[in-house]
Design a protein around this ligand. Structure first.
Ligand SMILES: Cc1cc2nc3c(=O)[nH]c(=O)nc-3n(C[C@H](O)[C@H](O)[C@H](O)COP(=O)(O)OP(=O)(O)OC[C@H]3O[C@@H](n4cnc5c(N)ncnc54)[C@H](O)[C@@H]3O)c2cc1C
Length: 509
């Protein structure tokens, strides 16, 4: 197995459980990839990348791998999001749609009704999608699942006004959907901020689904791993070892021997060769098949993979240690449990994505925060807090370079926070800046793209990373691909890991 991110570890666990001898090679000094928690500010533990583990909690993976017994505890983040506006208004998105509607109605009863209608419209579609996620590596699997949820599918079609309405609903950008169905930025801006968290901007064609996905949080909730994202990694490593598998850190795979169209093993940075008749890569599929593979993948499969796209709008993160939770005006207990959006208008978000794609810094800077220490007392000294402040549309490559821009941009992100939580600056006691450049370098993660490759409709499910490679098998015998850049999608779901293990074993798991 190449790469000990959560997908590599999930694949390794399933394979070891089925009796395979599994060795996971990880280039960095610790396992976890985008699911790690570190003391980046002395005394304060922050998630280095992912914070909320939602998709994996919509699957059977934690139960099948008995991760709770391996020490993993998930805590619900409810409200899953709050929209904090510079004029002091706060709108709260609870797991309960009724509570959410009541919160919106405090400001605008008509908008509250529109929100309820939109969620009502989205729920059947989300139910079908969630059920289908685990089988979506093949078109046949997706169709089978949809057929098994025929009642929900029929409701989805009806609620979108017929088949054409549903297709349009899926191919449209979410900015258009939210402008059509909602009346103001009171709801559009925080929904947009949440959708943007997956690196999809409001104008992305085929991005509607990321705004409709809001309904999935009403259905399944949003989840924090106690102890931080690291807890998922630690539980997976514990489970893998219990099945007899091993993880070797500090082992950078520099080539995959595929002589004669069959995989024979991998070479690491110090020249050591690990012989293997089956290799699963759980890193960027482009890097694996086009750069590491020796000889590289050729033919049409390679040409299609070469063309798979990865945008320039990614996340910039600042870890901020504070003496108190962000002082939002009119805050109530619980407001710090989930994602805190500081986006005032959806247009500002759209402009931010356009600027990032053009390698420029967004202005104004859209930001959101997570303050998991509000839920979890293992992360900060008593009475103090961790503020994970992020911009969802920072340029991966920026004109002038990140060396020049990192500190001033982090400062502008804090200004954005300060406008929404006056007095925030005075509470800061420590800080660590994580630019896209730093994140990319630490994890060999091209462009630091959260989803590895864009999650446009043409690169999702049985089209991910390409139609030919979505089955997790490759034209090279014995070589399989996994990771967030493979089917069905990126993020913390574990599904590409489980699906790759099933492909290796040649059967459904
Ligand atoms: C800032 C940020 C915030 C995010 N927030 C969330 C969130 O809140 N919720 C969510 O669901 N998702 C979030 N994501 C996305 C999520 O973190 C990723 O989609 C997920 O980590 C992908 O998991 P993976 O196992 O496929 O790969 P990774 O986590 O990328 O792991 C790949 C591993 O392979 C290793 N590796 C790379 N090359 C080699 C090599 N040549 N040899 C050996 N090892 C190698 C890397 O070091 C790494 O450990 C976020 C991403 C970012 C960047």
């Amino acid at each position: 197995m190449v790469g000990a991110g959560h997908n590599g570890l999930v694949a390794a666990c399933y394979l070891a459980r089925e009796g395979c001898e599994v060795t996971v090679l990880e280039q960095s000094e610790a396992a976890g990839g985008g699911s790690r928690t570190e003391e980046t500010v002395p005394g304060f533990r922050f998630d280095t990348h992912s914070v909320a583990h939602n998709m994996i909690n919509m699957t059977s993976i934690p139960a099948e791998l008995r991760l709770a017994e391996a020490g993993l505890v998930y805590q619900e983040m409810d409200p899953f999001a709050v929209g904090s506006f510079a004029d002091g208004r706060i709108v709260r998105f609870h797991r309960s749609i009724d509570r959410t509607v009541a919160s919106i109605a405090e400001h605008d009863p008509q908008e509250a009704r529109r929100y309820a209608d939109l969620m009502h419209k989205a729920l059947p579609l989300v139910d079908v999608a969630v059920a289908g996620m685990s089988a979506a590596s093949t078109a046949a699997g997706a169709v089978r699942t949809a057929a098994g949820r025929i009642g929900r599918l029929t409701s989805a079609v009806r609620r979108f006004g017929g088949p054409a309405g549903l297709v349009h609903g899926l191919v449209a950008p979410y900015g258009g959907l939210l402008r059509t169905h909602l009346g103001s930025d009171l709801t559009r801006a925080p929904i947009g901020a949440f959708a943007a968290h997956s690196s999809a901007g409001p104008d992305l064609v085929g991005g509607t689904f990321y705004a409709l996905w809001q309904a999935a949080y009403h259905r399944f909730g949003q989840w924090h791993a106690r102890g931080g994202s690291q807890a998922l990694t630690d539980a997976l490593v514990t489970r893998l070892e219990s099945y007899g598998g091993t993880v070797h850190t500090g082992q950078t795979v520099t080539s995959i021997n595929a002589t004669g169209g069959r995989v024979r093993g991998v070479k690491v940075h110090n020249g050591q060769f690990y012989e293997a008749d089956r290799v699963v890569t759980a890193i960027d599929p482009k890097t694996a098949l086009l750069d590491l593979c020796d000889p590289p993948l050729g033919g049409p499969a390679a040409a299609e993979l070469e063309a798979a796209h990865r945008g320039n709008a990614v996340q910039m993160v600042v870890h901020i240690a504070t003496t108190q939770l962000p002082p939002y005006r009119d805050a109530r207990a619980g407001d710090w449990n989930g994602l805190q959006s500081h986006v005032d208008t959806m247009d500002e978000l759209a402009r931010g994505f356009h600027a990032a794609e053009a390698r420029r810094l967004p202005d104004p800077v859209p930001t959101y925060a997570f303050t998991t220490s509000a839920l979890d007392d293992t992360l900060a000294p008593r009475g103090q807090h961790t503020v994970y402040l992020a911009c969802p549309c920072a340029p991966s490559t920026v004109d002038g370079g990140w060396m020049e821009h990192a500190e001033p941009f982090a400062d502008r992100m804090i200004d954005s926070m300060e406008r929404h939580a006056p007095g925030f600056r005075d509470t800061i006691v420590g800080m660590s800046i994580r630019t896209p450049q730093l994140m990319a370098a630490q994890l060999n993660w091209p462009g630091a793209h959260p989803m590895v490759l864009d999650i446009s409709l043409d690169q999702l499910a049985f089209f991910r990373p390409t139609r030919r490679l979505a089955s997790h098998r490759t034209p090279i015998e014995g070589l399989f691909i996994s990771g967030g850049g493979t089917a069905p999608t990126g993020g913390i779901s574990g599904i590409p890991g489980k699906a790759a293990a099933a492909a290796v074993l040649g059967r459904r798991l």
